[in-house]
Design a protein around this ligand. Structure first.
Ligand code: ADP
Ligand code: MG
Length: 616
């Protein structure tokens, strides 16, 4: 009986490897371009036709190959990049497995033309389905041109999996974008069906970001650059206006290699937690550079995953670097915007003047809210009359003046009020409230709109955070303890974080099975659906897994409680409530945005208003 186990022919093993390495045209482009980079190229041109199914051609000006090397390169596990096991621990090149070229060649009509630097002539090799058909000398510029035609022509099942030309071309573009961002020193050209999609020249990263993502990245770009314990974190982050609903614009790199890594993403989103709304993702181009021995890139052939030796440390360094940067950005700290007038140390007289302005506005504001009642009956009943109130030109039978507040003496209104603390928000002149949800103010010549719900939420959040740090969130005992039925993972989260949860103001006790007794709740949540919030908190904790501790999720959890503690929807605020809110906001850290990252205040400059009315 002949043996049943046999060594597979090489062409077959290459085809099997192709299944791993070559998934679609963009993966071919990736392998070829990475080889060009490893070869020291500075100018790389990628052309595709028919979504890369008909043709993929990558031309570079790298070191090229001699004839023998070029032939060897088409053999499996032939690589010039590592020679021994020890090299695996410190990989500095993009490729190292020596399987890309043979794999690609095995599933296409493949040609490589290459001329080594300093040699007079080049070599051209043509292979079909992995079989070398022709080897000849050729004249060409120094560098390498690899053309891959009819990808998967001999594996129809794989060909069927490819998507439309547009989709495949899009994948190629996305890959090249990632690469172009990480290599500002290299010229890239991407041509799709004869059309130049982009051509980036050598230059600054910011220029490249603008070129690839559009030059009006709202909110500006902020550079990060810090080093800690041998880990360098550098790059650019864009303002929150440019945020996306998916992680599509998180361009993260480890030692120059694009990665999608949970630890890195987690660290980044952690830094943004209180700046961006849940479900929003920042536009970030971030480079993490560290000793290659500290990171394992040999996790998966397509190599988007990495494994750090010390995940926790790298995580904290990344998060720290971005958090520090965010704290200096104007969109995080509106009141510390360097362009905004400085309110931190206004002269006493100026403060007095502003306070007087605030009082006057508040006095005017309160009666204004009862404007509807003071309108003459006719005005309320007639649509025409109502419209006229707003236009201010009045008319027979309708005096807009009647809608003016009766009391206009600020002293009468505010004499007994506590003095308003000096600070940015307190210094604003309140004009009124819009839709019972926004406070309209004037600051110098500009208009400032404040989202009162976001503001309340931020204030509540900071209050909770302070309490939590001091002796725990203020709790309120329940007259009758309530029971809550937990799922198994929720119960595990409850047990594992029991102390921290009680610090949040929830006093709980195991009742049997997965039922727990709730004996006290955060005082701020009295009257709201506190059990639902508890369940949400447990779900947050459950999602933590092992890589994240309670303290890392703390702000997210406090933001959740803050959010539920604030009365939702619109509500008319009176003058005192507004001034109390502003006073609290001035004492609040990071008052520029609510804990979910929605902006608290927006400014509309006089210039913008004038442009609106075509006065400029
Ligand atoms: P790897 O990149 O993992 O070494 P590949 O199969 O991608 O394996 O490439 C095999 C070898 O071919 C490389 O190690 C390199 O020496 C050579 N090579 C491939 N592409 C180029 C290129 N564009 N310029 C110069 N040498 C190249
Ligand atoms: Mg390679």
């Amino acid at each position: 009986m002949s043996p049943r186990i046999r060594i597979l022919p090489e062409i077959l093993t290459n085809k099997i490897a192709a299944g791993e390495v070559v998934e679609r045209p963009s993966s071919v482009v990736k392998e070829l371009v990475e080889n060009s980079l490893d070869a020291g190229s500075t100018d790389i041109v990628v052309e595709i036709e028919g979504g890369g199914k008909r043709l993929i051609r990558v031309s570079d000006d790298g070191c090229g190959m001699g004839r023998e090397d070029a032939l060897l390169a088409l053999e499996r596990h032939a690589t010039s990049k590592i020679s021994g096991e020890n090299d695996l621990l410190g990989i500095a090149t993009l490729g190292f497995r020596g399987e890309a070229l043979p794999a690609i060649a095995s599933v296409s009509r493949f040609s490589v033309a290459t001329r080594e630097r300093g040699r007079i002539e080049g070599t051209e090799i043509y292979a079909e389905g992995g079989k070398i058909r022709e080897v000849k000398a050729c004249g060409m510029a120094e560098g390498t041109v690899i053309a891959v035609r009819n990808l998967f022509f001999n594996t129809p099942a794989r060909l069927k999996f490819l998507r439309s030309n547009e989709t495949e071309g899009g994948h190629v573009g996305e890959f090249l974008t990632r690469l172009a961002l990480s290599r500002p020193g290299i010229r890239f050209t991407y041509i799709n069906d004869g059309r130049t999609v982009f051509r980036v020249h050598q230059g600054e990263l910011a220029d490249r970001v603008a070129l690839l993502f559009g030059s009006n990245l709202a909110g500006g770009l902020y550079p990060v650059d810090s080093e800690e314990g041998g880990v360098r974190v550098s790059g650019l982050v864009a303002g929150p206006d440019a945020s996306r609903s998916a992680a599509s614009h998180l361009y993260t790199y480890v030692n120059g290699r694009f990665i999608r890594d949970k630890v890195v993403q987690h660290a980044l989103l952690g830094a943004y937690r209180t700046v961006l709304e849940r479900g929003r993702y920042p536009v970030v181009v971030l480079f993490i550079d560290l000793d290659p021995a500290e990171v394992d890139v040999n996790v998966h052939p397509t190599k988007h995953e990495v494994r750090f030796r010390d995940q926790g440390r790298v995580h904290d360094i990344i998060q720290g670097a971005v958090t520090v940067l965010l704290a200096t950005t104007p969109w995080l700290r509106a009141s510390r915007n360097p362009e905004a007038p400085a309110f931190s140390s206004p002269a006493a007289a100026a403060t007095e003047e502003r306070l007087a302005g605030v009082r006057e506005a508040l006095a005017a504001y309160r009666p204004a809210s009862s404007r509807q009642q003071t309108l003459p009956v006719g005005a309320r009943d007639s649509g025409l009359g109502n419209r006229r109130v707003g236009t201010g030109y009045g008319g027979p039978g309708l005096e807009t003046r009647t809608a003016e507040p009766e009391t206009r003496n600020p002293k009468l209104e505010t004499r007994n009020e506590e003095s308003v603390p000096a600070g940015y928000f307190s210094s604003l002149t309140v004009i009124g409230q819009f839709n019972s949800a926004y406070i309209i103010c004037q600051e110098g010549c500009d208009l400032v709109l404040i989202d009162q719900h976001a503001a309340h939420e931020r204030v509540a959040f900071e209050g909770l955070r302070n309490q939590y740090e001091l002796e725990g969130v203020e709790a309120q005992g329940l007259l009758f303890p309530e029971t809550i039925e937990l799922s198994f993972p929720e119960a595990v989260a409850m047990r594992e974080n029991h102390q921290a949860i009680s610090r949040l103001g929830y006093e709980t006790e195991e009742f049997g099975g997965t039922t727990w007794l709730v004996k006290a709740i955060p005082r701020l949540l009295a009257g709201s659906d506190h059990l639902r919030v508890l369940r949400d908190v447990l779900e947050d904790l459950e999602g933590l897994g092992k890589s994240r501790t309670f303290s890392e999720a703390r702000d997210e959890i406090l933001a959740r409680i803050a959010c539920h503690s604030v009365v939702r929807g619109s509500r008319a605020l009176d003058a005192q409530e507004i001034s109390a809110l502003f006073g609290q906001m001035d004492k609040t850290d990071f008052s520029g945005s609510c804990p979910h990252g929605r902006p608290v205040s927006r400014k509309i400059t006089l210039g913008e208003v004038e442009r609106m009315f075509k006065r400029q």
